[in-house]
Design a protein around this ligand. Structure first.
Ligand code: HEC
Length: 169
């Protein structure tokens, strides 16, 4: 796209005016540890050297509404942990055969809001969930969230949430 055409497209709202337009819609997670419910904790399946703790706000815990979807305003927070390794770098496991959380590495958040899918191509649509990443201290990180959307996109039958069956248990 030529510069002028790009500017016109931005003005017309056809192109996000900056790379943060989507993730910025997701509020910083704040005091989720006090106000959200932790509903899942375990080894990550998407990474063999990490573990995850997952929290949901009261809106998400309500579960599916009449339209078959989680309500707008649902927020799910994942705490990504590094796990303990031995001197050779091999992942250690507990007496339960599970990885042992070491340090909080990042906080991933997904929030469902009206129109949050707008402007994304079909392959990146996720049922109006938007994605963002924060540091362990809760500061917003400037990450490309296209891979988040691409990997969660196929889960339309479970609200784009991998741990969906655990929610509300
Ligand atoms: C390669 C696939 C993949 C990518 C890329 C990915 N995720 Fe996930 N995500 C998962 C899986 C699988 C889980 C379930 C926990 C696990 O096993 O790791 C998950 C869990 C989550 C959860 C907890 C709710 C749930 O779905 O269970 C949040 C929130 C989340 N991811 C946000 C993000 C964000 C933000 C990004 C981008 C920075 C991202 N994800 C990128 C696969 C992915």
């Amino acid at each position: 796209m030529k510069a002028n055409a790009l500017l016109a497209a931005i003005a017309a709202g056809l192109v996000a005016s900056n790379s943060h337009a989507g993730p910025d819609k997701v509020a910083a997670p704040g005091d989720y540890r006090k106000t959200f419910s932790e509903y899942y904790s375990g080894d990550r399946t998407a990474n063999d050297k990490q573990a995850i703790r997952i929290y949901a706000n009261a809106t998400a815990i309500q579960g599916k509404q009449a339209d078959g979807k989680l309500p707008y305003g649902s927020v799910i927070v994942g705490e990504i942990y590094s796990v303990k390794t031995d001197e050779g770098g091999k992942v250690m496991t507990s007496g339960l055969g599970r990885r042992i959380n070491d340090k909080l590495a990042a906080i991933v958040v997904m929030e469902r809001g009206e129109g949050f899918d707008e402007g994304y191509p079909d392959a990146l649509k996720t049922g109006d969930w938007e994605f963002a990443v924060f540091s362990p201290a809760g500061q917003r990180l400037d990450k490309d969230i296209a891979p988040c959307r691409a990997c969660h996109h196929p889960l339309a039958d479970q609200e784009f949430v991998f741990s969906y069956a655990h929610l509300g248990q």
